[in-house]
Design a protein around this ligand. Structure first.
Ligand code: WQD
Length: 335
């Protein structure tokens, strides 16, 4: 079976390609390298000792997608490619709507042309907005507070309308909570070049002294220690969830959404203290004002994914902290 992975050299995409290849799937990657590096291709090959095709290109380019589908019999697609920085989406909404929607529409049109009607879509828990209660279930109300999240919600709607128009489609909408961690090899992971928006990459840069001090955005939330609570999930567990979703969509038609989270919520300070303990490093931080748009707490009810995908997260917060740090240390040593 041959799977096209859009955004396959990205953080979650690269980990998913490793799991696909290890599970015996053939893989084709398309990525425009706008938020990833070409050396990830060789790292995936090194980890898996498997070969695969890589196409450098933009999903908005109909011709490159047409070329891929004419040169490869694609059985299913995992669609990661898209801009994903919440803050940037607020300041540059047109860039986000144009890119994330255009690329998806072009992909779906070409898939339809080649009668490839199986797709797993990278959505996000951000589509739940501020949940009325916890843990969050898939049938909770959907609402978004930023253009990035809104593009995810719009695409979920496009997929539902597509299925309504043609029941031959098989669609898995995967709503990620907070992916962190890295592959045990230390060869792939998350290490943004610029100042990270997200918590774990920022913690790692403070631990490696690239940045001086972590700003903890508020300690007056309605949570165990006042700092924000999130459902952190190891990126390898998340990748394995995609394998289960592919198995499902290859064998049936229909459309459904699944929460890919651990079901456990950890506060900012819990994550910082765990990181310090397991890695034996200091992480300087100071409490500052809340970040606009942040919610108090968010964690998944993952029972539906367990039941329907026969999947559950196995790795804990200590693994996530150890593997995140190991990857960046490994990367820095190679610089
Ligand atoms: C986590 C917690 C912050 C940075 C976002 C997107 C979501 C998904 C994951 C794409 C919060 C606190 C953070 C810092 C801090 N991305 N924090 N200091 O906001 O839960 O989710 O990333 O799909 O769609 O919304 O993740 O890592 O930014 O924040 O105190 O420097 O850490 O307030 O409580 P978030 P995050």
């Amino acid at each position: 079976m041959k799977i096209l992975v859009t955004g396959g050299t990205g953080y979650i995409g690269s980990h998913t390609c490793v799991e696909l290849l290890d599970a015996g799937y053939e893989v084709v990657i398309i990525d425009n390298l706008s938020n990833s590096k070409i050396d990830v291709v060789d790292k995936i090959k090194k980890i898996t000792n498997k070969d695969f095709k890589f196409y450098k290109g933009d999903l908005c380019d109909y011709n490159i997608l047409d070329k891929i589908f004419s040169e490869n019999k694609i059985d299913a697609v995992i669609h990661f490619a898209g801009f994903k920085a919440v803050g940037e989406s607020v300041s540059m909404p047109l860039k986000y709507y144009r890119n994330n929607l255009d690329s998806t529409l072009t992909l779906l049109e070409v898939m339809n042309k080649y009668n490839c009607k199986k797709i797993a879509f990278s959505s996000s828990a951000t589509v739940y907005g501020k949940p009325e209660s916890l843990p969050i279930k898939e049938d909770f109300p959907l609402s978004t507070t930023n253009p990035y999240g809104t593009t995810k919600l719009i695409i979920e709607g496009i997929l539902r309308d597509l299925y309504k128009s043609d029941n031959e489609w098989s669609i898995a909408i995967l709503r990620y909570f907070n992916p962190i961690g890295a592959h045990k090899s230390g060869l792939i992971g998350e290490n943004p070049n610029d100042i990270p928006n997200n918590l774990m990459p920022y913690i790692v840069k403070v631990a490696t002294k690239e940045l001086d001090c972590l700003n903890v955005f508020g300690d007056d939330y309605d949570t165990k220690d006042g700092t924000g609570v999130r459902d952190y999930i190891h990126v390898v567990d998340l990748a394995k969830g995609h394998i289960k979703a592919i198995e499902k969509i290859l064998n049936e038609t229909g459309i459904d959404a699944y929460n890919l989270g651990t079901g456990n919520g950890y506060s900012v300070l819990e994550l910082v203290n765990t990181f310090k303990k397991v890695n034996g490093v200091d992480v300087k931080y100071k409490i500052v004002d809340r970040r606009p748009g942040d919610i108090d707490a968010c964690y998944a009810d993952n029972s539906y994914a367990k039941e329907k995908l026969n999947w559950e997260a196995k790795l804990g917060i200590e693994d996530m902290c150890k593997d995140s740090y190991n990857f960046v240390k490994n990367s820095n040593e190679k610089k």
